[in-house]
Design a protein around this ligand. Sequence first.
Ligand code: G3I
Length: 352
Amino acid sequence: MRRRDFVQVSLAVAAHAALQVPATHAAAPSRRIPYGSAVRGDALVDDYDYRTVLAEHCQLVVPEGGLKWVVVRPSEDRFDFYEGDKLLAFADQNGMKMRGHTLIWHGAMPDWTSSIRGAEAAEKAMTKHIHTVVGQYKGRIPSWDVINEAIAEDPRGSDYLRPNLWLENMGKGYIETALRLAAEADPQAQLVINEYDIECVGEYYENRRNALLRVVHDLRDRGAPIHAVGFQGHLKGQYEIDKEGVSSFVAELKAMDVDVLVTELDVIDNLLPADEKERDQVIAGRVTDLLEAISDANPPTAILTWGITDRYTWVPTWFTRDDGRLNRPLPLDRDYKTKPMMDAIKRFAARA
Ligand code: G3I
């Protein structure tokens, strides 16, 4: 390890004080759409170049894992804000804002939560978690993914919500309860329902958009605090974006005064051509199609990718390529070089 990096790491671990990078970051002009990335806490400490590109390109950051229950709640009584505080310190030092991900999700739950039983116990656990975590960052995290992936994989009839601890114990009202708890803890925060597989052509995607609309309409009818829908945007590169479907979906949200943002954009490329140039062009094209389709009717309040460099991405965990070539789902390659995907996002953000 170079001495400079060693010093940075040591200090960062001690006090989150040395996550600064050269002053390359200019504050975003106010009229552009802010761009941001999910961040891995370990790489943030270990990798100077990673910190540098984040500071250079991003106006927003979100922890890829650092605010999930499995990290924040090692036990029922303990809250661990080390990862959240570390990223917030980096954001503050580099003039960025941070988003919160995520309060209510079926994934990344610590084992001890499986013993939560009954409506009362579930609501008590949810209240303690949301009040403490959102309260901890009140006024400092302006946007939260309160609900993540609530729609059933294949929504049908009355079974349109995904089974999870909260649905099983509290019934469908758990979504409204969680949103109200978050609003109590930070009345100024943007409260988001975040969902995947709502972007492409086909009945599967259309059903999922319709189920999500049903949830939002219901919340609006009941006066619940829902401010935005997040398109995760884990696009499967082989599928076309449903431009019409997406536009009418976001128009319907706009009619309810619900904003949209893109929260976890990347392009899963295991079934795309081997040639890197060709692959990168398809990827940039899908991204442009999605951003255009959203903006035609309800321009996004933010665009975040789920990582900034192909060096750190969840995609190969599930979608390795049969030809052994490496995945290229993100805006910068493994050596931090800009790819057409970044150009597409920047062009788009600037013209807003
Ligand atoms: O930190 C441990 C490490 O100590 C251990 O040695 C290693 C061995 O497997 O695991 C490490 O934890 C992993 C963690 O990522 C940190 O890298 C977990 O196993 C792994 O399950 C976890 O995966 C994350 C996943 O959510 C589950 O939390 C992915 O990085 C993250 O990209 C992914 O993000 C989700 C969004 O939250 C919601 N939308 C979909 C998206 C992609 O799946």
